[in-house]
Structure formats: C-alpha cells, structure tokens
Design a protein. Structure first.
Length: 202
C-alpha cells in the first residue's frame, strides 16, 4: 500500500509540474544534406543499390513543456531515392518530398538532445536519370504520393544560435506502388543539417 501511495504521489507531482511549467517556445530555419538509399526484401542478387546525395531545407518550431521535454514539428523539402543498376538499367531515382516530421525531444543537458517521432512525406516530383546517356524521364506514376518514416536523431545546440542535427529516417511503408517494381522499395536516409534559432535558446 505504501509503495502504491508513493507512486501515486510521484505521478501527481510530475503532472502538477507539467501543468504549472511555463512553456518555452522556439523556432528556426535549417538545411543540409541527405545520404539516401532504398531497401527491398526482394531486389534480387543482380540488383546493386548505392547511396544518393540529396538535400534538405525548411523550418521548425518547438514547445518545451518541461525543461527537458519538447514537441517539435518541422516542415521540410527533402530529396531522396537511390543510385541503382541491374542487367538492364543503370540509373538514379531522384525523388523530392515535402516532409512533416513530428518529434518528441528529450534534452537531459543544456547543449544536446535526442529526438524520435514519425515523419510524413508527400511526393512532389520523381525523375529517373539514365547514367549511361543522361536521359531523364518522369517516374512519378511508379511511386506512392505518401511516404511514412521513423525519425531517430540527436542534436547539438552550438554557440551563435546554431544547431547541428544528425538523424536517420527509416522507411516504414513502400515508396513504390508496384506498377513498375515487382517488390516494394522503402526510402531510408541519413540526414545532416545546420539550423539557426530565430526564437528560443534550444
């Protein structure tokens, strides 16, 4: 009984602290590079998939409900895809998305945080470049309009209101709609970005 009472008191104190804490607001801009690839369980041994260099750019906002805990939505333009070949093709799939990451940030120390959350993507352009002759074709019909990933990352809060972020985005659903591909391909990418804090200190 004592143990249950102590637990109930702890939860009540934490809830009260959350309600009475003054939310801290922040916002900024960010941009950087993506190292993207695509994965599939059935690509076949004759398909080679390599990383593709892309970019990311956008804005973010955050609300610290407690000193160490925040919610951070972002609105980004981000490119991904892959550089791949098989016995018939030697190409790059170049994809451009508008992304909406919805992140929970845990900041145990003043200058660093870890964050996790879902990312929703909307496909705005999809091109395929033939690396042999340079021809580019539209392949948007091969891809689904919506993409879903899981973001796992870490961020350092640097002097002069600068943030440095590194994160990995794991594709949770097929990016392709199986019109052209037999097996589903998922978008995965490593993301590096520098941000500038316009509002707030974190």
């Amino acid at each position: 009984m004592k143990k249950n009472s102590l637990m109930a008191l702890s939860v009540s104190m934490l809830f009260a602290a959350t309600l009475t804490a003054q939310p801290q607001l922040g916002a900024g801009v960010k941009g950087g590079i993506n190292l993207a690839t695509q994965s599939t369980t059935g690509a076949g041994e004759n398909v080679a998939v390599r990383q593709l260099l892309g970019f990311n750019a956008g804005v973010y906002a955050n609300v610290f409900v407690m000193d160490f805990l925040a919610v951070q939505p972002e609105l980004m333009v981000s490119t991904r895809g892959s550089d791949w070949d098989d016995p018939y093709y030697n190409v790059k799939d170049l994809l451009t998305y508008i992304d909406l990451p919805l992140l929970v940030k845990f900041q145990p120390i003043e200058y660093a945080n870890i964050h996790v959350g879902p990312q929703f993507g909307y496909l705005v352009a999809a091109k395929q470049e033939d690396k042999d002759d340079g021809d580019i074709i539209d392949i948007k019909e091969w891809y689904n309009s919506l993409d879903l990933g899981l973001v796992i990352g870490a961020e350092a809060n640097l002097p002069f209101r600068i943030n440095f972020t590194i994160r990995y985005v794991i594709g949770l659903i097929s990016a392709t709609n199986d019109v052209e591909y037999i097996d589903p391909w998922r978008n995965n990418f490593l993301q590096f970005s520098l941000g500038y804090r316009i509002i707030g200190d974190k």
